[in-house]
Design a protein around this ligand. Structure first.
Ligand SMILES: NC(=O)C1=CN([C@@H]2O[C@H](COP(=O)(O)OP(=O)(O)OC[C@H]3O[C@@H](n4cnc5c(N)ncnc54)[C@H](OP(=O)(O)O)[C@@H]3O)[C@@H](O)[C@H]2O)C=CC1
Ligand SMILES: O=C(O)[C@@H]1CCC=N1
Length: 266
């Protein structure tokens, strides 16, 4: 696949690493105005670093956009004259809706929105996908790309804002939970390195149980909570302090912030 990533910052670089590691490219153009931050990707076979978005578009079939929302419209206007029937446009931009992309480049383009997360760098992204009417004919291409780099779910665009919070911001939320667990483990006597090891692999095990068994989390919790035991004592104390409530409220705040980002673009 001839792929271009327009805007190789935090997310774009994570996607690039995933694509390179998984041998998922024929050619990969990576663009950025200042190439300094991606020099470490220079030298990989068939990977081209450039500041020239138009050249990257001309040489590629699949264009993945990963710039900040405020930069997207100008970039679309710049590349628009160079778009052809072969191009599939995949936007990862938060809050930038498909109808708005269509007003810039036209509804006759294959347009897909993808919401991956930075775990794409290690092939573990939960990526939600949606498309315009024409893009529905190419959604399998996006699924093929992102399934190699994790797990995908096709959703209506109306759920994309929620998917951004749960999956994309979700990486940061889970990191904070893992960090807090690590801090507790240190307080309970482990050194910092061991504490993080315990936190990381325990969280991986918890997620793997749900993925493998298809159970509800409470079913797995029931297997751990010995009556009158230490687990239920700890869990109930966490809930008295608002664990679930604060997570839910934080995610709703994150969701509402995206609504404001969208308004700022109008
Ligand atoms: N970070 C994440 O985990 C996720 C981010 N997203 C979305 O992805 C997008 C990017 O986020 P993120 O990676 O964090 O942001 P970054 O700021 O890290 O990356 C954006 C990159 O775009 C480059 N850029 C800016 N203007 C241009 C231009 N004209 N041509 C080419 N490149 C350009 C910038 O580099 P330079 O200034 O050198 O050009 C920068 O490195 C956002 O819209 C965000 O909402 C979605 C899901 C997850
Ligand atoms: O924080 C942000 O706005 C972006 C979107 C999701 C992850 N990072």
């Amino acid at each position: 696949m001839k792929i271009a990533i327009i805007g190789t910052g935090n997310l774009g670089k994570s996607i690039a690493k995933g694509l390179i590691t998984n041998n998922a490219i024929t050619t990969l153009y990576l663009t950025k105005r200042n190439l300094k931050g991606i020099q470490d990707l220079d030298g990989y076979k068939n990977v081209i670093l450039t500041t020239d978005n138009i050249e990257a578009v001309k040489q590629s079939d699949i264009i993945i956009f990963a710039v900040q929302p405020a930069h997207f419209e100008n970039i679309l206007n710049d590349i628009k004259p160079h778009l052809t029937e072969k191009h599939v446009l995949i936007s990862t931009i938060t809050g930038f809706l498909i109808p708005k992309i269509e007003t810039i480049v036209g509804a006759d383009q294959f347009i897909i929105r993808a919401m991956p997360n930075t775990a794409i760098a290690v092939g573990k992204s939960m990526t939600c996908l949606c498309s315009n009417e024409k893009g529905a004919k190419r959604i399998q291409i996006a699924e093929a790309i992102f399934n190699r780099l994790g797990h995908t779910l096709a959703i209506p665009e109306s759920q994309m804002q929620a998917a951004t919070v749960v999956c994309a911001s979700g990486i940061a939320f889970w990191m904070r939970l893992i960090r807090a667990t690590t801090q507790a483990a240190i307080q309970l006597g482990f050194d910092a390195k061991e504490a993080q090891e315990l936190a990381m692999y325990t969280s991986e095990g918890a997620a793997s149980l749900l993925i493998t068994n298809g159970h509800h989390p409470e079913e797995e919790i029931d297997r751990v909570t010995t009556p009158k035991g230490c687990t239920i004592e700890g869990l109930n104390e966490m809930e008295h302090k608002g664990l679930s409530s604060s997570l839910i409220q934080g995610m709703v705040a994150s969701f509402n912030k995206i609504s404001n980002i969208k308004k700022e673009q109008i």
